[in-house]
Design a protein around this ligand. Structure first.
Ligand code: GLC
Length: 800
């Protein structure tokens, strides 16, 4: 049984044997990572590639722990009985098991052989330490002697070197001890070159009678013991050996003494990394107090409550409410914080960092919820834009060193991605609409190019950055007057030869022009607004002249001018994005828009979501690139690539099709996958990046959960387009497009510090259209509620 506990904003897993590990995030990029539902963890500081603390090897069998685990030992007449409260790695049958996946924490509770253990795992807000609050209760009918032995396995800080297995790594891994009063200990671990700078440590608030830092000794028998049955745990004490090389761990022995029936013993552990021991010791002492840990846990809950309360809904659909109110904003925040850096599927080992296009979109997803947290990242993104207007593809947030992404690998291809720079236009406009903060547009930000001293060659205002972005695309067009593909557009697995054109880029450019045109009018630059309108018209013409294929729009033209995404093609006859985005850009007039979206519904939609294209390529084709490395139905090759689904929802709402938009929304809502876990396999509390399509024998199987642009865009589609509470420079626009059967719904939305309580009724059972709106009892003429000074503001909307 697995279920949503909405009152506690948690998801509860009651069987540790999920089809794949299900994860949750703790902390942030500055310190944090993910934990899995069997207590494993992957914790890093600052950069998952370059400063990794624990060793998490996802390829190990599910029955092995990764990163961290816990043993509880009970003394018997015959020796010791060893239990793992996280079920793995000992695998003793459990009587009860639950993992509560919460906001920035997980709580794992089990009852195994009469021993109940509850472990709360979290990272306090703004702190850099992973806390495990371990409580063990004796549920046997007699007193027992209990030992608590938490364990962490370290990695070399440069994660990839650890797995390359160079002799250099094991030769440098060392542990040391800081002995404190009353048997308290801090056990240090570091790579030799970092011994004075970046020192990992593990400690607890109870006396450690002994410890082990060498994996081989812990397992025993020259390493032929196992984690399932570590031979060293058969002795009263661990060896207290300080490792000088090899696989470093920290296992810490806590004798809790005799525990009566019903009594609970508690150990609080800390895993961290310090540069300055003195200040760290203060923090260590602070978090040894249970009361401080409990307060920090409450503060964590408060930080999420403040975030969620900015948009809360009550609709007739419980699954939608659960998604919009809790799990979708939580996933969007997580994705914003981690980009695609670190997950169970994207290990952050190699040269990845923050992606320009991904993060620009991720910021859009949280704009209504924490706009103040987006400016820093927007500045970083803009500072990796080039003077020509296009952008670097990826960058490391610590060093701000950027790269050209995969385009570096092919010399005969462009060194830019045709879409990257266009996304940021939407992001900045959304920010200004949400906050009204026009001053951001005047902020001076450098372009990426630097002189030999590392000084930027040129800086310009944010607005100028945006203008250069659209200007780059305007001046980089091909045979049909459409923007060049660059190395790739949003679908970064289709890498056609230099000179190819992308309809996606044309649409994204169109959308950017609409946004800039509106912004220019808002700030009073009518001339520039007219200019953008003209450029928009030119691209609209080019798209409609070149790209209409009869029943849908084509997706690309290659360097020879041959279309891809046309009925003439054997594979890749139709692509979703060419249809949704031609509607979103407004380039498709009604008749074509309707036909294109009907084609998506007929050819690309499945009960598990909309496929990215059809039919999938059936074998590797060097010309097409990465897309053809996948079997048909997987990932970008005709799979259900969820990120593209909400764009169809948005397009459908623009055409007034509330029923279809909602159908697409509901069919991918992960909350409704709870009873299909055997097929879906992934966490039902977050969107995965992809689901295998119906050309694949394992249709319906999800993968790559958590870090996906899906979250940001479904949130946008749900809140702004279906429920239709959208922002504009001068107010809140109400324009719902809902399923006809709904009687209505309610939204509570905080906008520019004022709460709007919005009640929408749908007496005529229509999808779109408004008869009347009253604001605090007074009727208003348009569907835009002006920015109000004070709240709460009561808004009543009657559709009709
Ligand atoms: C991955 C990439 C993203 C890309 C998408 C489609 O999610 O992170 O940048 O747009 O795949 O190829």
């Amino acid at each position: 049984m697995v279920f949503f506990d909405n009152a506690r904003m948690e998801y509860v897993i009651t069987n540790p044997k999920t089809p794949v590990k299900w994860t949750n995030y703790v902390g942030g990029l500055d310190f944090g990572g993910f934990i899995d539902h069997t207590g494993g963890s992957l914790i890093c500081k600052g950069d998952p590639a370059l400063n990794r603390i624990v060793k998490y090897i996802p390829q190990l069998p599910a029955s092995e722990f990764k990163g961290e685990t816990l043993y509880v030992r009970v003394k018997t007449d015959k020796g010791y009985e060893i239990i793992s409260p996280f079920f793995i790695p000992v695998l003793t049958p459990y009587d009860q098991y639950s993992c509560r996946v919460g906001n920035g924490y997980s709580v794992i509770k089990s009852l195994i052989s009469g021993i109940e253990t509850e472990v709360t795992i979290f990272i306090p807000v703004k702190e850099q330490v992973e806390i495990r609050d371990i409580k063990v209760t004796n549920k046997r009918a007699y007193a027992v002697e209990i030992d608590i032995i938490p364990l962490v396995e370290y990695t070399h800080f440069e994660a990839i070197k650890q797995f390359n297995n160079a002799d250099w790594v094991p030769q440098t891994m060392q542990s040391e001890l800081i002995e404190q009063e009353d048997g308290l200990k801090v056990i240090k671990q570091f790579a030799f070159m970092n011994k004075d700078t970046d020192v990992n440590y593990f400690t607890s608030n109870m006396p450690m009678s002994s410890f082990e830092t060498d994996r081989k000794i812990f397992l025993g028998d020259n390493g032929y013991g196992t984690y399932m049955n570590p031979l060293s745990l058969l002795n009263d004490e661990l060896s207290s050996y300080l490792a000088l090389r090899e696989d470093n761990i920290c296992a810490a022995m806590h004798h809790m003494g005799k525990v009566e029936f019903g009594d609970t013993v508690r150990v609080i552990t800390q895993l961290g990394q310090y540069t300055n021991l003195e200040s760290e010791l203060k923090q260590i002492t602070y978090f040894r107090e249970a009361a401080n840990v409990e307060n920090a846990f409450k503060d964590l809950a408060k930080s999420y409550e403040g975030y969620f309360k900015r948009y809360q809904v009550t609709t007739p659909d419980e699954d939608m409410n659960t998604l919009v109110n809790i799990h979708n904003p939580k996933q969007s925040l997580t994705t914003k914080n981690w980009s695609r850096f670190l997950s169970l599927y994207q290990l952050g080992l190699g040269a990845r960092g923050i992606g320009f296009r991904d993060t620009s979109q991720d910021l859009i997803g949280v704009m209504g919820l924490c706009p103040e947290e987006t400016t820093d990242m927007m500045e970083k993104l803009l500072s990796t834009q080039r003077r020509s207007g296009c952008a670097m593809h990826q960058f490391y947030p610590l060093s701000m060193e950027a790269s050209y992404g995969d385009s570096e690998e092919m010399e005969d291809r462009p060194d830019y991605y045709g879409d990257d720079h266009l996304w940021i236009v939407q992001t900045v406009c959304e920010y200004v609409k949400e906050t009204g903060d026009l001053s951001f547009l005047d902020e001076e930000i450098p372009f990426y190019e630097k002189d030999s001293h590392g000084e930027p060659l040129e800086s310009a205002t944010v607005l100028e950055h945006l203008k250069r972005a659209v200007e780059f695309t305007r001046t980089h067009t091909g045979k049909h007057g459409l923007p060049y593909l660059g190395f790739a557009d949003w679908n970064d697995t289709v890498n056609l030869p230099t000179g190819s054109e992308s309809i996606f880029n044309a649409n994204l450019y169109g959308k950017a022009l609409i946004e800039l045109e509106k912004l220019m009018r808002h700030i009073g630059d009518v001339e520039q607004a007219e200019q953008y309108l003209k450029q928009y018209g030119q691209m609209k013409l080019a798209v409609n002249e070149a790209c209409w294929d009869g029943e849908w729009y084509v997706r690309y033209f290659d360097q020879k001018g041959i279309p891809l995404g046309s009925k003439e093609n054997e594979y890749g006859k139709i692509f979703t994005n060419a249809q949704s985005w031609t509607v979103i850009s407004g380039f498709a007039e009604k008749e074509r828009a309707v036909a294109a979206l009907d084609s998506v519904d007929e050819i690309l939609n499945t009960k598990n979501g909309i496929k990215l294209s059809y039919p999938g390529f059936n074998g590797y084709d060097k010309e097409k690139g990465g897309v053809s490395t996948y079997p048909p139905g997987a990932k970008e090759n005709g799979g259900i690539f969820l990120h593209a689904n909400p764009w169809v929802m948005i397009a459908e709402t623009m055409m007034g099709n509330g029923d279809r938009a909602y159908k697409y929304y509901s069919q991918i809502n992960p909350i409704s996958k709870n009873d299909k876990i055997d097929e879906f396999e992934c966490e039902p509390y977050v969107f995965p990046q992809n689901i295998l399509g119906d050309e694949h024998p394992q249709f319906g199987l999800g993968r790559n959960s958590w870090l996906s642009g899906t979250s940001s865009w479904v949130y946008t589609a749900g809140t702004k387009h279906i429920l239709g509470i959208n922002t504009d420079y001068s107010g809140l626009v109400i324009d719902p497009c809902i399923p006809k059967e709904w009687d209505g719904y309610m939204v509570s939305r905080i906008f520019r510090d004022v709460t709007y309580e919005i009640k929408v009724s749908n007496p005529d059972h229509i999808s779109k259209g408004i008869k009347t709106i009253t604001v605090d009892g007074k009727m208003i003429e348009s569907n835009k509620i002006p920015v109000m000074e004070k709240g709460p503001v009561f808004v009543e909307v009657t559709m009709g």
